[in-house]
Design a protein. Structure first.
Length: 642
């Protein structure tokens, strides 16, 4: 499945010099970075899951740059910046909303949010530059989305389509969101719950095209594991808990009672599983990470012996290591200022800054390596962020930080580290695509910084717009990952965490790890990465169901192509069509969610555009989603041109 990239000749030879950074590519990169950041911010707050924007950004870039005669390396630079916007948005929405949920902020402060995200994201770029050679040139890692992005760009250069498909899917996803959330023509969730004896059972599905698209992109293996995690919680843990301890006294019947048990008790199974998963990831990666860092530093020492760079090919030139060190140090002072402004303590601000540097470098490297193994969309950023916040909270508590300041301080640390880790993984994915295409690494690294800065300049206003319209932590915008960070940080300082549930979740994670080791030893193509199961345990069950359906469609489409006699290239082409269609569904639903937030925030009424009275039925949404899933299946299973 993988082979060392050093055995592959770049698409554009090192001896050939093409324009990569121009005024047109910079403007397009900035615009796409902002759009992708907004879309991923909404998706993450809604579902707790984000996906890589590299391929849809590459398709849009190809369509627009073709009008001015842009080349393949310019397209690659644009998608590099756009995917940076998506990644830094993921780092923000996993952590910063916790400050609102904790009550430390009532709104998202512009400068603090912008600087935390921007400085964290830039550190992620800087920290992974020394690792490029080790992880991309020397290590035989897959970097699946980087390889796929390179193939899409090659296809576009050869005249392949895709822009029309992603545009049509964007319109479909947007109209679906308008009908459900804006016009209220149907209910956005189909669910049922009942009490059998003393046990409460719940099953449901969100009627979201975006979540179906997420499932298609991550594939059947991950989608199944997320669904299994949800089933373990909602079909096993909640019935057992309600049978043993009784149903909570809340209004709303069995459905409300199941939700109360989940929010107060069983979702902490996911916390325990994620903690074990994060530690396990570090243990597994430690030897390779040490080798990678050593090889990367050795390469830079060799380059330092040739200051002119004459002996180094264009395709091997990174930002110089001296500049990387200076830029990294330059990020620390403003970070310390932010921490001091919040805490009022010079010593605490210095400690927080030091912790960010150490944890940020470590977890950026972990995220970079994991991106090479499983891709950016499957990268367990949540696990490393939970580990950061847990360790940071314990350290702050040991130093005597009070229960008012401590949780928010831990979130501040976690936000910077999470943004660094998210960008670290994304950076390597893009550099892999550039390595295959023959891009100049230092120019890609510049575009990565452009994407970070463009996205963070708009992320706080976007978050405030969504918060005013839907409410962070509400049913419409539950912010599950930020809620998880809130629970961990607040629970360490205030006590009251259900440690029994956390311990059981840790035990489940250990069992999943053992299963995965057995599958690995047998050479099985189906694996059980523990963090995928942990995410499913933590998420509301109605989010896991459409993700599973999307993964199933991806599998059935490829299977149908194989049965029809399609070769491997045709099957990959069909999968790529489905991937672009799925990316459009995600983008359309997310952008419509942001656009709808404007009238809702102005009117301070989520029903301001509603054309129906009372609670609508879910039936129209079920029928329309079934039609849409059928269309996605036919798109991926159809033989023919790309």
């Amino acid at each position: 499945m993988s082979e060392p990239s050093k055995t592959l000749a770049p698409h554009v030879p090192a001896s050939r010099v093409l324009p990569e950074i121009t005024a047109a590519t910079l403007l397009l990169a900035i615009a796409l970075s902002i759009v992708m950041a907004g879309a991923n911010a909404y998706l993450g707050l809604f579902a707790g899951i984000t996906v890589s924007a590299s391929i849809p950004a590459a398709v849009v870039s190809m369509g627009l740059l073709r009008l001015i005669g842009g080349n393949i390396l310019q397209n690659n630079g644009v998608q590099t910046a756009a995917s940076a916007g998506e990644s830094v948005a993921a780092g923000v929405i996993f952590t910063v909303p916790a400050l609102v949920l904790l009550g430390a902020w009532d709104r998202f402060h512009f400068w603090e949010t912008t600087l935390l995200a921007g400085l964290g994201g830039l550190l992620g770029v800087f920290f992974t530059i020394p690792l490029r050679r080790a992880l991309i040139v020397e290590q035989p890692l897959r970097f699946p989305e980087g390889v796929a992005t390179a193939e899409v760009l090659k296809l576009g250069e050869a005249g392949g389509g895709g822009l029309g498909r992603i545009a049509a899917a964007t319109a479909i996803g947007g109209l679906f969101k308008l009908g459900a959330t804006g016009l209220r023509l149907w209910h956005d969730t189909a669910a049922a719950a009942s009490q059998v004896g003393g046990s409460i059972f719940y099953i449901g599905s969100n009627l979201s095209p975006a979540l179906v698209g997420v499932g298609f992109i991550v594939g059947l293996n991950i989608a199944v594991l997320v669904f299994i995690g949800g089933a373990l919680n909602w079909l096993v843990a909640i019935p057992i808990y309600s049978a043993v301890y009784g149903a909570p006294a809340v209004d709303g019947g069995a459905m409300a009672q199941a939700g109360e048990i989940w929010s107060g008790q069983t979702r902490y199974l996911g916390v325990g599983a994620m903690l074990v998963g994060g530690v396990w990831a570090l243990i597994r990666l430690a030897p390779s990470l040490a080798r990678g860092i050593s090889a990367g530093l050795a390469a830079h020492r060799a380059a330092a012996g040739d200051p002119s760079g004459a002996a180094m090919q264009r395709t091997e030139r990174d930002i110089p290591v001296q500049a990387v060190l200076l830029l990294s140090l330059a990020c620390l002072l403003p970070l310390a200022v932010i921490f001091h402004r919040f805490s009022g303590s010079i010593g605490l601000a210095a400690l927080m800054s030091l912790f960010v540097v150490v944890a940020g470098f470590l977890f950026s490297a972990v995220a970079a390596y994991m991106a090479g193994l499983v891709g950016s969309s499957n990268n367990p950023i949540s696990g490393v962020t939970i580990a950061t916040i847990l360790v940071g909270s314990l350290l702050l508590k040991l130093l005597g930080t009070d229960s008012v300041l401590g949780p928010a301080a831990a979130i501040f640390i976690g936000a910077a580290v999470c943004c660094a880790a998210a960008i670290g993984g994304d950076n390597m994915q893009d550099l892999k695509a550039g390595h295959l295409l023959g891009a100049t690494p230092w120019k890609q690294q510049v575009m990565q910084m452009v994407g970070v800065v463009a996205a963070v300049a708009f992320i706080a206003p976007i978050l405030n717009l969504l918060h005013d319209a839907y409410g962070i932590g509400s049913r419409d915008l539950s912010a599950p990952q930020a809620g998880l960070m809130t629970s961990v940080a607040g629970g360490i300082f205030a006590g009251g965490l259900p440690w029994g549930m956390i311990a059981i979740g840790a035990g489940v994670a250990i069992a999943v790890i053992c299963i995965d080791l057995v599958l690995e030893a047998r050479g099985s193509s189906f694996r059980t990465p523990v963090l995928a199961v942990a995410v499913g345990i933590y998420l509301p069950f109605e989010l896991s169901t459409p993700i599973f359906l999307g993964g199933l469609i991806a599998h059935l489409g490829a299977r149908a192509m194989a049965r029809a006699g399609a070769g491997p290239d045709e099957i990959v082409t069909g999968s790529r069509r489905g991937l672009l269609f799925s990316a459009g569904l995600i983008t359309g639903e997310a952008l419509m969610g942001i656009f709808l937030a404007i009238p809702i925030a102005i009117a301070e009424d989520t029903n301001v555009l509603a054309v129906t009275d009372g609670v609508p039925t879910a039936l129209p949404g079920i029928v329309l989603l079934a039609i849409l899933m059928s269309l996605l299946y036919r798109t991926s299973a159809r033989r023919g041109s790309p």
